[in-house]
Ligand binder design. Structure first.
Ligand code: ADP
Length: 251
């Protein structure tokens, strides 16, 4: 059997902020339907990887390709059009939800599909209502973010990402801003999406959850990938000492 074509193939990603080299040379391959947990100490570059994949940051070097499609080759000559082409392939769920405070739940969800993707509004609204219903928020559609709990806001954040119909979902520590009693509902939604076959990369400190849902685990430290492999191996029997210390502290 030939290995499946990766949904995401990123190679040699590098990123510095001024003198601070945040990503040294990151390779990341994600197969369709696969859940990848990106773990590592604070400041190791995990969020920056997601932002580079989503086009929110431009890597200084490296390549990113989706679905065996055209490879975007980063460097000084990367065009705006090439960068934009990445944006539509993935959608990000942020740690702090990042909902627009002056817009209702429904407006938050339909903004991208209608304004950026130029899809017909009636169709987008119908889809948004279905998505809100599936995360138990149908009756919140006309409320504003500040009227919702953190867990509800994050579920809106997830619906907003899904409404963009991305091929890849990126989660940046989606539960770390939540009160402990609200974490479960959000993790349940993420788990259901994984079971439905969504492809996702999840930055998380919830290693118990990662062990449950992730197929692949990537451990980063200091801007490099120290170890990556099947979740069962990296979390249960890490090969590298740095991974072992990190995992044992959190599991
Ligand atoms: P992690 O997600 O693993 O905690 P980040 O990717 O958020 O790590 O950050 C990695 C490093 O990059 C940190 O030292 C952080 O201060 C720095 N960094 C991230 N974004 C910026 C930015 N926009 N400008 C300057 N430094 C940044």
């Amino acid at each position: 059997m030939s290995p499946s074509k990766p949904l995401l193939d990123a190679t040699g990603l590098q990123k510095s902020f001024g003198e601070n080299k945040v990503l040294s040379s990151i390779d990341l391959r994600v197969n369709p339907g696969q859940v990848t947990a990106l773990i590592g100490p604070s400041g190791s570059g995990k969020t920056t990887v997601l932002r580079c994949l989503n086009g929110l940051e431009q890597p200084d070097a490296g390549t990113v390709a989706f679905d065996g499609g055209p490879q975007v080759n980063f460097g000084s000559r990367t065009s705006r059009q090439q960068r934009e082409s990445l944006r539509t392939r993935s959608a990000m769920v942020f740690q702090g939800y990042n909902l627009f405070p002056h817009m209702t739940v429904l407006q938050n969800v339909i903004e991208g599909p209608v304004q950026v993707q130029r899809r017909p509004k009636a169709e987008v609204i119908a889809e948004a209502e279905q998505l809100l219903a599936r995360v138990g928020l149908a009756e919140k559609r006309d409320q504003y973010p500040h009227e919702l709990s953190g867990g509800q806001q994050q579920r809106v954040g997830i619906v907003r990402a899904l409404a963009l119909r991305p091929s890849l979902l990126l989660f940046d520590e989606p539960t770390s801003a939540l009160d402990p009693e609200l974490v479960g509902d959000v993790l349940t939604v993420i788990k259901e999406l994984a079971e439905e076959g969504w492809t996702m990369v999840l930055v998380t400190h919830e290693l118990t959850f990662a062990r449950e849902v992730a197929d692949q685990v990537v451990f980063m430290d200091g801007g490099v990938v120290v170890e990556q492999g099947p979740a069962s191996e990296v979390l249960r029997a890490p090969r590298e000492e740095r991974t072992r210390r990190f995992v044992h502290r959190l599991l």
